[in-house]
Design a protein around this ligand. Structure first.
Ligand SMILES: Nc1ncnc2c1ncn2[C@@H]1O[C@H](COP(=O)(O)OP(=O)(O)OP(=O)(O)O)[C@@H](O)[C@H]1O
Ligand SMILES: [Mg+2]
Length: 144
């Protein structure tokens, strides 16, 4: 599926839209260059679950959020991983990331998933590929 986005606000709305289709255990991989909008999209998804304080886990690698209001799903955790500064996938294992990947109560969103392909090899994932299209435009492709 392909989509065209023309502003940051639309990216947030697009994230909320994606969120309506997510369930516990889902792993969403966000591909795209620096500044393509991966974190912005994550904020949109999180916002649907009532999480408004998403900060980019560039240095912490992983941020966990509790989901309090979850209308239609049994999701109770939202986990945001950013591997940009990760040197060794083992560092992510050490902070417990594997417990979340595919866990039935958790939604995982991963920026720069290329770096941890080994950890994701046997998991069911949704891939979202974001490409720049001018300063505010973005093209988005979703592969299930
Ligand atoms: N249509 C758009 N969608 C998302 N962001 C946009 C859009 N147009 C402009 N921007 C700007 O692009 C930047 C996107 O930043 P964001 O942190 O979301 O990207 P990122 O892909 O997470 O980058 P990084 O690889 O550094 O983590 C923001 O400064 C935002 O204001
Ligand atoms: Mg980011």
């Amino acid at each position: 599926m392909k989509h065209k986005i023309s502003s940051e606000k639309e990216m947030i709305e697009f994230g909320k839209d994606i969120a309506t289709k997510l369930n516990g255990g889902d792993i969403v991989l966000l591909y795209g260059d620096l500044g393509s909008g991966k974190t912005t999209l994550t904020k949109g998804i999180a916002s649907y679950f009532g999480i408004e304080d998403v900060v980019s886990p560039t240095f912490t690698l992983m941020q966990e959020y509790q989901i309090n209001k979850s209308a239609s799903t049994q999701v109770s955790k939202f986990v945001h991983i950013d591997t940009y500064r990760l040197e060794d996938a083992e560092d992510l294992v050490e902070i417990g990331a594997e417990d979340y990947l595919g866990d039935g109560n958790t939604i995982c969103i991963i920026e720069w998933p290329e770096k941890i392909e080994g950890l994701l090899a046997d998991k069911k994932v949704t891939k979202i590929i974001i490409e720049h299209d001018g300063e505010y435009g973005r093209r988005i492709k979703i592969e299930d």
